[in-house]
Write a protein that binds this ligand. Sequence first.
Ligand code: NAD
Ligand code: MLT
Length: 554
Amino acid sequence: MSINLGRHRTSCRRSPRRSERARLEMAPVSVRSVLISESVDPCCRQILEGHGIRVTEKANLSREELMGEMKNHDGLVVRSATKVTADIINAAGNLKIIGRAGTGVDNVDVDAATKKGIIVMNTPSGNTISAAELTCALLMSLSRHVPQAAMSMRAGNWDRKKFMGAELYGKVLGIIGLGRIGKEVATRMQSFGMKTIGYDPITPPEVSAGWGVEQMSLEQLWPQCDYITVHTPLMPSTAGLLGDATFAKCKRGVKVVNCARGGIIDEAALFRALESGQCGGAGLDVFVEEPPKDRSLVNHPNVISCPHLGASTKEAQARCGQDIALQIVDMVKGKGLVGAVNAQVLVSAFSPESHQWIKLGEAIGAVLQSCTISKQPFSQVQITTRGDCLKHSTGYIASAVMVGLLTSGSSGCPNLVNALALAKESGVKVNQHHDQSEGAVHGLCDVEISVNGSSYKASGSVQAGVPVLLELSGNVFRQPVSLSGNLLFIRASASPQLLPSLTGLLAAAGVEMESFSAPAARAGDLWYCVGLSALLQDLGALKPLVKEAAQLAI
Ligand code: NAD
Ligand code: MLT
């Protein structure tokens, strides 16, 4: 007989956690107060306030001031100037959402936010047209030297020879990154008669061919281009995409544009190529350091530069401000999750039907956590969903199971955003799988955990809108067990005396038995589930009767 008092202590700690788990459910997420730390279109504030969210606008905060402010808000809205670093994220007491009114989230430490269970959201299409138009403006300016000619006029000159240009018509434009902006640049520059070729590892060639861009390898692309424009995110595979080695493969005099992120074109290599004439001109909206302290590129006669103006139009700012506010409001109302960059799994968790499956996942995880507490840590978790209705739900159900398994453990404060990341950090291997095989008409969720060489399994479902447990470690219950209230799980020898003896022990402890669920098997050591009016103060009272016991409040 082993009744682990640690399990009892944990179980007792679970009681107040009922409300905590409810708070952790992601749909809807409660956001009462938002800090806007930069100049964002006023419609953002209006929309948020119109939906009852308090808004504080404070621009140009120092790092320390921002850390201090973070304690007072559930949401933060930024553009690109606020650096939302790990220390700022970790200083936030209750932060649930970081909203980026714009595309790139490189000013936000997304990993740190994910570990903290904070959703990071952007507005990826609000400034696409503006950034594409600026790219086209730079391409045209490079071909006709418009800014240089304007400056020369202002200086009192009339120099027609110096600014001899070249037509774009018939020239080849290489577009690296064929996403939203790359596509818009392509179709606009085609209207000037440019031939558009490109490269993107994700966008299929037949898709880009549909908007007139022939895809090819970078090796094939470099030597063909008269102009090259980059429209990728900045990441290890794109940093220095254009550098000494690649400039050398280009046509002499190639002109380049970067309206994406500083560093995709290596700045030092660009300067060398401009000096040697290998590069005939550059249009730069973005820099590795903004504003750039090193002015050698900005001051170069063949460079046309802008202070990161791609999204600086009234229309783009209004769209981004409006989009981020509406996305936050929709999330708060549980209508949907749009634009989340670190919580893709939650996108499908916002349908009303998903709520009970999330509760089921958390409850199964909590049951297994309670029943194995003396044997932990667990090392491996296998989560399998079955049934057509769950074919797109495995991700969020797996996260919910991990919330149940990790809550009350030592790993942070798990929620649907961070549960898988916390599991990984603690060395727990989580496998998730949807079983397509025919037969499972209704949705089912099976969870198996490996603890210290033994394996524990629980299966559940949602029946008539209620999460139920069907099986625990090989014991199939005669009736599905409703996973709510105060539940006591015991492993005991099957005997006709079990029920009356247990009733007596519970009565002596001042607790009423509200339900008793027995497995279909009738012999051997079996798991039973007992509904209680209150959790027991001391599981030791059951010692004479049971081999294992665990209790929890759901
Ligand atoms: P997007 O996600 O729609 O497109 C990016 C594309 O790059 C994707 O299709 C992706 O497959 C592709 N890509 C990824 N790695 C690549 C690689 N190694 N080589 C080639 N292609 C690769 O993004 P978007 O909205 O088009 O934005 C593009 C860039 O523009 C981003 O860096 C964004 O931050 C930046 N941006 C800048 C401004 C500005 O003010 N200058 C405004 C908006 C966006
Ligand atoms: C973006 O990524 O959206 C742009 O860089 C524009 C901005 O600065 O917000």
